[in-house]
Design a protein around this ligand. Structure first.
Ligand code: WT7
Length: 626
């Protein structure tokens, strides 16, 4: 297998691959990408076909499959229950407490229809926003699909976020309905979701109904007239299992998902029913070679784009059987994941470098207790994977027979953009090349392509069907953030280099986004949480390298007059950030300082703080005041 640093696929892998000749497909798709995506779109069901595949008359507000009518949920569920897939498992779910639930396509369709009727009875209509805040339980998927079925726009807020993050997302999306749970199990403890939601709702005024799934069963506050139990609503006569789907225009919004950007508040990325559907269907089919008999496990959280595209929509569009696990990878013991792979006969595992590094720390004996021979393909996403973790994943988990799909993409791209397919040679740490039909480049400051192995800005040169359509309620930000540095090209915010074989190597973010355990956080969110504490006058956050998390958050704080530096205050501030933003944002360290490096226009120079922390030369500091 391994030849130098290139890993070639085996005969067996090539035999199974949906793309046998990558170069041939790539050539065809590059010559005529509209034709390629049209061909892919024709594999799905439409109530009316498109007049045009791509409408680029109002760049960068591209439209795909204009005039076409569909509903992504129809393609995820109704299409399958007319076939042999009616009795096929759509979902296998294991709770952290060991509870097992399974749902056939028929059952999932039924539950989605019932809940869609519940939502309708709450007055939810086409175009309304619905916020969903839950742990990894089947009802999260049901809630997403039920919203989409009736044309509502879902906004899922990751269950690891906390009060302020939830409040500002509810407020910005103007949601009338919040769907949550009493709690979520995480590493043997309960995350008090409903309690966090109650606190968030005191800070924002849009929500009329709160629908609560009972998962953990502890005592919670239920506000009469506002809060209702999911299981009680699902037993009402209105919750029938027939619910007509809304006929959607291809360009009608499917969901918004908040993500961190360079400045200010998180922005809501908007995706649509038509193009998004074609993009995630196609990429999952070709990159993970989904087979009818496969059991596929994407271990991400549905609260992030990875979960939207490759736990919920992608697998269901492909009629696949998905596995979902509620809890922590090392609970109660570090073999939990490997045990479940063996128990359920998982064939494909898709996870993040941070999880691999975390499990690697426990040593390979935990893996070796289990027979993982069902695995055929592995995947990774979220941040660059260090070759050491890649090799461990390949050797220890995949037993040197499973190619690793290192998929580069973003909330904004909706689908895989740089990714191998199983039949191509791999290099540890590289996502190989752009998916067929996607044209990318690496540019210098002046917009020229850089030479091989030189670092530059990663851009996307051609539109793709699952691309974001806009930033919800803020089209100007969409244009400025993504399309203005190099007009005509989509700016990813990442830096990268490309080797002599055309393989891409991602270096990292060039903006104020920090990737902590693969989670995307903005320095602005962490800083504003710190400043919301009465003791803090000013704050700055940076990311520094961390063995398991990839990056960890380091912060610098200027105290207000009258407050004393103390280790108790450091703890209080760290907990304050966890309470406001979420445990993932809790700073690794807080250092009290008397001043912060700033430009003359008053912007914090995080690059200077970072250089200082790493003991590097801060580079050009001519714009620094004082
Ligand atoms: C950013 C997007 C979309 C999946 C989850 C992340 C980084 C993502 C890779 C990869 C190196 C990666 C980039 C990107 N990233 N995948 N395979 N190799 N870096 O979505 O939260 O929107 O973050 O994650 O920096 O810009 P996201």
């Amino acid at each position: 297998m391994p030849v130098g640093e290139v890993y070639y696929p085996s005969e067996e892998v090539i035999k199974n691959a949906n793309i046998k000749n990558w170069d041939e497909l790539n050539e065809r798709a590059t010559k005529d990408y509209e034709g390629f995506w049209e061909e892919m779109a024709n594999e799905l069901d439409w109530f009316d076909k498109w007049q045009k595949v791509l409408d680029d008359s109002n760049k960068p507000f591209y439209k795909w499959f204009t005039g076409a009518k569909t509903n992504i949920v129809y393609n995820c569920l109704d299409r399958h229950i007319k076939t042999y897939r009616r009795n096929k498992l759509a979902l296998i779910w294991e709770g952290e407490d060991g509870q097992l639930r399974t749902m056939s396509y028929f059952a999932l369709h039924r539950e989605v229809c019932k809940f869609a009727n519940v939502l309708k009875s709450m007055g939810v209509n086409k175009g309304d926003r619905v916020t969903i805040y839950m742990g990894r339980i089947p009802e999260l998927i049901i809630a997403m699909l039920a919203s989409a079925r009736i044309g509502a726009i879902h906004s899922v807020v990751y269950g690891g976020f906390s009060v302020e993050s939830l409040a500002e997302r509810i407020e910005d999306s103007d949601s009338k309905v919040l769907i949550t749970a009493d709690g979520a199990y995480q590493r043997g403890k309960i995350v008090p979701l409903k309690q966090i939601a109650d606190e968030a709702l005191q800070r924002c005024g849009t929500v009329e109904h709160v629908l609560v799934v009972k998962r953990t069963g502890q005592e919670i506050n239920m506000e009469s007239g506002r809060d209702m139990w999911y299981h009680e609503l699902m037993n009402l006569p209105i919750a029938t299992q027939n619910c007509a789907f809304e006929i959607m225009d291809a360009e009608d919004p499917l969901f918004i998902l908040y993500t961190s950007g360079t400045t200010g508040k998180p922005k809501a990325i908007l995706h649509t029913h038509g193009g998004y559907m074609v993009g995630v269907y196609t990429t999952l089919k070709y990159v993970f070679d989904i087979k009818e008999e496969d059991r596929y496990w994407c271990a991400a959280d549905p609260g992030w784009i990875t979960g939207h595209s490759y736990i919920v929509y992608g697998p269901l569009l492909n009629g696949a059987t998905s596995f979902m696990y509620e809890g922590a990878p090392n609970f109660p013991y570090p073999n939990r994941w490997w045990q479940m792979i063996e128990k359920y006969g998982i064939n494909i595992l898709y996870t993040a470098p941070t999880a691999i590094r975390g499990l690697m720390r426990f040593g390979e004996s935990w893996v070796k207790r289990h027979n993982l021979s069902s695995l055929r393909l592995l995947g990774t996403v979220g941040e660059p994977i260090n070759p050491e973790a890649w090799k461990w994943y390949f050797k220890v988990v995949g037993n040197e027979k499973c190619p690793i799909m290192d998929t580069w993409w973003q909330t904004e791209t909706g689908m895989f953009m740089i990714t191998p397919t199983p039949s191509v040679p791999l290099k540890p740490g590289s996502g190989t090349r752009p998916f067929p039909g996607i044209e990318m480049d690496i540019l210098d400051e002046n917009g020229n392509s850089v030479k091989p192995n030189e670092e530059g800005y990663l851009v996307i040169k051609t539109p793709w069907p699952a691309m974001l359509r806009t930033v919800y309620k803020d089209p100007e930000r969409y244009v400025n953030q993504y399309w203005s540095k190099y007009p005509g090209y989509y700016m990813t915010g990442d830096s990268a280099r490309r080797d002599e074989d055309g393989y891409y190597w991602i270096i990292g973010r060039v903006d104020d986004v920090i990737k902590v355990s693969g989670y995307r956080l903005g320095t602005a969110e962490i800083e504003s949480a710190l400043v919301s504490h009465p003791a803090v006058a000013e704050a700055a956050a940076i990311g520094l390298p961390h063995d398991v998390k990839g990056n960890a958050i380091y912060t610098y704080v200027i105290l207000k007059n009258g407050y004393e530096k103390s280790s108790a205050l450091i703890e209080e501030l760290r907990n304050h950030v966890a309470h406001e933003v979420g445990p993932i944002a809790k700073p690794e360290s807080i250092e009290f300082v008397d001043s912060l490096p700033k430009t003359r226009s008053g912007k914090i120079m995080r690059r200077v703080l970072k250089a200082r922390a790493l003991g590097h030369d801060p580079g050009n500091i001519s714009t620094m005041e004082d």
